[in-house]
Design a protein. Structure first.
Ligand code: FMN
Length: 356
């Protein structure tokens, strides 16, 4: 049953070690600035994304919906999105479209975060099988359910192929994405779920769809290969693909080399410092899922504590690089470690000012 799968994901993601690989933020160095020539209070971390002003460039990741537990989690996260003036994705809304009695678990997001940037969510394999009339209806239902400012479509081939009841259907997805972009009347975000987006995929998206943002959701954080294999009791297969995917830092560089739109960095982003590094190398915003799930399960106070620390560490990274604004942070010097240099060189990618 689709709802019990949602609860399985929460239980496994919260109760077991499901993080794998290396996002490679440990190989990105921001250069310390002993003379920032600003006071800490001068740091302005705010940004505008899709017409909404955020206190810092952060979006709560796509996690869940469809069950009672999911409703509690979404309520806590939505309250935090409103209080901290950050964005929020919801988890895939297919469950609420096929079982409207579960829609309340998503509607709480609109109720508790009336002014926040809210992002609807559907999966590529599911939309790939809908005809245009039904697809158009799903898109408006997903948007209306949370009064969304944008819609995200997730690409998750690794998850689907390891999922016991998976739907690894990716034929024709580009055409469906182009159709969604046309009918949504909202910005379209294309995201992965933890295995990253390559420059080839970004190029295809840019030329055939024209999404308003790409969320790289690279490797180094939550692994859905691991989560689904635990559900399928076939962990030996998952071991073969352990760490599969494009590390988040490399995925940012890959996508930025061919795509001018908004890039959201996610997948193993674990602090405000990681977020600042992501922005310094080419992302416009960052997002986290599993750490927020863990905090939200402990309650509102814990989630607030988590976001306060995240905001503060992001602002400290800005201060220590002498960045008064997020725009200035995009221009600070960066030094890369050997894995990044080697990857960029073999892929012939220019990232920041590091050439080949
Ligand atoms: C319990 C759980 C459920 C998720 N469900 C969705 C989903 O429905 N749709 C989606 O686009 N991503 C989903 N994700 C993926 C996240 O949005 C994110 O891409 C991934 O977890 C990597 O980020 P992280 O390392 O910060 O967790 C889910 C993640 C978790 C932990």
């Amino acid at each position: 049953m689709i709802e019990s799968r949602k609860d399985d994901h929460i239980k496994i993601a919260a109760g077991q070690n499901v993080e794998e690989g290396n996002s490679l933020f440990n190989e990105v160095y921001l250069v310390h600035t002993a003379l920032p020539e600003i006071d800490f209070d001068d740091v302005d971390s705010s940004v505008n994304i899709f017409g909404k002003k955020l206190s810092f460039p952060f979006i709560i990741g796509a996690i869940t919906g469809g069950t009672e537990t999911a409703e509690k989690i979404n309520t806590v996260l939505a309250k935090c999105a409103e209080e901290f003036r950050v964005g929020m994705y919801v988890g895939s809304q297919r469950v609420a479209i096929v079982k409207p009695e579960t829609a309340r678990s998503f509607r709480v997001v609109a109720e508790n975060a009336p002014t926040a940037l809210k992002i609807a969510n559907l999966g590529a394999p599911q939309v790939s099988r809908l005809d245009e009339k039904v697809l158009s209806d799903w898109v408006s239902q997903a948007i209306d359910m949370i009064n969304a400012d944008a819609i995200a479509i997730h690409l998750n081939p690794a998850q689907e192929v390891f999922q016991p009841e998976g739907e690894p259907w990716f034929r024709g997805v580009l055409d469906k994405l182009r159709f969604i972009k046309k009918v949504a009347n909202r910005p379209l975000i294309v995201k992965e779920v933890g295995n990253g987006i390559s420059m080839e995929v970004a190029k295809a998206l840019a030329s055939r769809v024209g999404p308003d943002a790409i969320d790289v959701a690279g490797t180094g954080g939550t692994s859905f290969i691991k989560i689904e294999s635990i559900r399928a009791r076939s962990i030996d297969e998952a071991d073969i693909f352990s760490g599969w995917g494009i590390p988040t830092v490399l995925s940012i560089c890959e996508v930025r080399s061919v795509y001018d739109g908004l890039i959201i960095a996610s997948g193993g982003v674990r602090s405000g410092l990681d977020g600042a590094k992501a922005i310094a190398i080419g992302a416009n915003a960052f997002s986290m899922s599993r750490p927020l799930l863990l905090a939200a399960l402990k309650g509102h106070d814990e989630a607030k504590k988590f976001l306060s620390k995240l905001l503060r560490t992001f602002r400290i990274a800005m201060f220590l690089t002498g960045s008064k604004s997020v725009d200035e942070l995009t221009k600070v010097p960066v030094v890369f470690g050997p894995t990044i240099i080697s990857w960029l060189s073999q892929r012939n990618i220019r990232c920041k000012y590091v050439v080949k």
